[in-house]
Design a protein around this ligand. Structure first.
Ligand code: AMP
Length: 219
């Protein structure tokens, strides 16, 4: 099974993707995490992506689709987080997968009201070293400013400031949300209410995956 996690910024895609990928033996592929690592390493892709990310805009499709296609291995099964982000990426990804003898089997849509998104993102923090994600309101690190896992500094993402968050939300509404309808038309979407506590949402995501697996076994 290859699955895509779709949802607004702050809907919990990254957190849920890590948990769910581990449980189902999927390879977690987050384009946002890849870009942040490329920027930290000062690579040519990182240099190209940085300005767009800081402005809350999408990195141009050609850069993203080539980067993802280059990482897909037909021997593995993937959980994609943050990709595709618009219709062009979805179409070009479908054709890249076809060439590799792969397909998107399931789209999990984490649905969260916008008011909740802004609150969550402005209190989100992450470890600058290992990427562990925290929330100052619901899941703060044990020692303020220090990562529980590796002791690295816990900081705010540059694109989590209120102005940039609002821009990212507009991008989501205009470009990414239409993907829900696109994949719905293919019968691939299962919707999950992302408003609850992290563990409850994980349970709901797993229930959606289990439902899909049970149905596909019967076919
Ligand atoms: P994320 O960590 O998924 O919230 O992504 C952070 C930022 O990385 C986005 O606001 C974009 O600037 C960039 N980005 C991540 N994934 C994509 C993508 N599939 N297409 C274009 N830009 C992306």
């Amino acid at each position: 099974m290859n699955a895509i996690l779709l949802g607004a910024p702050g809907s919990g895609k990254g957190t849920q993707a890590k948990r769910v990928a581990e449980r189902y033996g999927l390879t977690h592929l987050s384009t946002g995490d890849i870009f942040r690592a490329e920027i930290a390493a000062g690579t040519p892709v990182g240099l190209k992506a940085e300005g767009y990310m800081k402005a809350g805009q999408l990195v141009p499709d050609a850069i993203v689709t080539e980067m993802v296609a280059g990482r897909m291995d037909p021997a593995k099964r993937y959980l994609l987080d943050g990709f595709p982000r618009n219709l062009e990426q979805a179409r070009s990804f479908a054709s890249d997968l076809k060439h590799l003898g792969m397909a998107v089997d399931l789209v999990l849509y984490l649905n969260l009201p916008e008011s909740e998104v802004v609150t969550r993102l402005s209190s989100r923090r992450s470890c600058g070293k290992c990427g562990e994600v925290y929330n100052l309101l619901s899941s703060p690190p044990e020692a303020a400013g220090k990562c529980d896992k590796c002791g690295g500094d816990v900081v705010q993402r540059e694109d989590d400031t209120e102005t940039t968050v609002r821009k990212r939300l507009l991008v989501f509404r205009d470009l990414t949300e239409p993907l829900v309808a696109y994949y719905r038309a293919e019968g691939l979407v299962r919707e999950v209410d992302a408003a609850g506590h992290i563990d409850g949402v994980t349970k709901a995501v797993c229930a959606a995956i289990d439902g899909y697996l049970a149905e596909s076994k019967k076919k």
